[in-house]
Write a protein that binds this ligand. Structure first.
Ligand code: ADP
Ligand code: MG
Length: 256
């Protein structure tokens, strides 16, 4: 179970309030999109969910667990960024394996014998390689494992970034404008691929975009965000047909 409960989460940077007591319940397995114009606080909320940033007040639960103060890698979430954030000097395979290797290292550090005896290191490395290969093949990038990011197209880099999130088998995927660096045609194709991924994995997705058609075609529900507030949270057709706030109607462009 990995639904998410956001309970009155607020965030200020100095005197500037960026999130104003945002509350939202996201169901286990839901595809929820935060939709809003640039600067409205979408990335800030996602980073707080990932544990990369800390809220000023309020509380967060993932699954049945309150995660306030829990470190990012212990949250069972994986984040895909707009910029992909791949290591340029490492191969695709090494980039994708990195989260698994980090997890293994940190679990070894907790063992009293760490450094003296590394149980089953070779077997574990082989299993990581196998997980990476299987994931890469599922994403159609199995033939690119030995390349460096600089030798890939934008779409291929995007798949590597998704693959790196997938190998961790997180309960929650957080995606921050993952398609915004792609050209229009590829963007439409990748929407379908991400939806397919969601269907196949059945885990919770929190997706961030400023692109209405992306939000409307991909989501179970859309949360329309403006100036650090959630104005309306509803299925796409309901947001179109029945915007409950004038500012939602203005943003969506439908009269009310
Ligand atoms: P979005 O992702 O919707 O474009 P962000 O969450 O990135 O919006 O930013 C929301 C607001 O918070 C913006 O006005 C931005 O300038 C501000 N902001 C974001 N991060 C910081 C920071 N580290 N320090 C100060 N202000 C920030
Ligand atoms: Mg952003």
């Amino acid at each position: 179970m990995a639904g998410i409960l956001i309970d009155k989460v607020a965030k200020s940077f100095g005197a500037t309030s960026v999130l104003r007591e945002v509350s939202l319940a996201i169901a286990d397995g839901e595809f929820l999109t935060l939709l809003g114009p640039s600067g409205c606080g979408k990335s800030t909320l996602l980073r707080i969910l990932a544990g990369l940033d800390v809220q000023t007040s309020g509380s967060l639960s993932i699954g049945d667990r309150v995660v306030d103060g829990v470190r990012p890698k212990s949250r069972d979430v994986a984040m895909v960024f707009q910029s992909y954030a791949l290591y340029p000097h490492m191969t695709v395979a090494a980039n994708m394996a990195l989260p698994l290797r980090m997890r293994r290292l940190s679990s070894l550090q907790r063992l009293p014998m760490a450094g003296k005896f590394l149980p089953g290191t070779k077997a574990v490395t082989e299993r990581i390689d196998e997980d990476v290969r299987r994931t890469a093949e599922a994403l159609g990038i199995g033939h690119l494992l030995d390349r460096k990011p600089g030798q890939l197209s934008g779409g291929q880099r995007q798949r590597v970034a998704v693959g790196r999130a997938m190998v961790r088998q997180p309960a929650v995927f957080l995606m921050d404008e993952p398609l915004s660096n792609l050209d229009a045609k590829l963007r439409v194709q990748m929407r379908a691929e991400i939806k397919e991924l969601h269907k196949r994995l059945g885990v919770t997705f929190v997706y961030v975009t400023h692109d209405q058609s992306e939000a409307m075609t991909m989501s179970d529900r859309v949360a329309v965000m403006l100036d650090g507030e959630l104005l309306q949270v509803a299925p796409p057709q309901e947001i179109y047909a029945d915007p409950t706030d004038r500012r939602v109607a203005e943003f969506i462009g439908s009269p009310k």
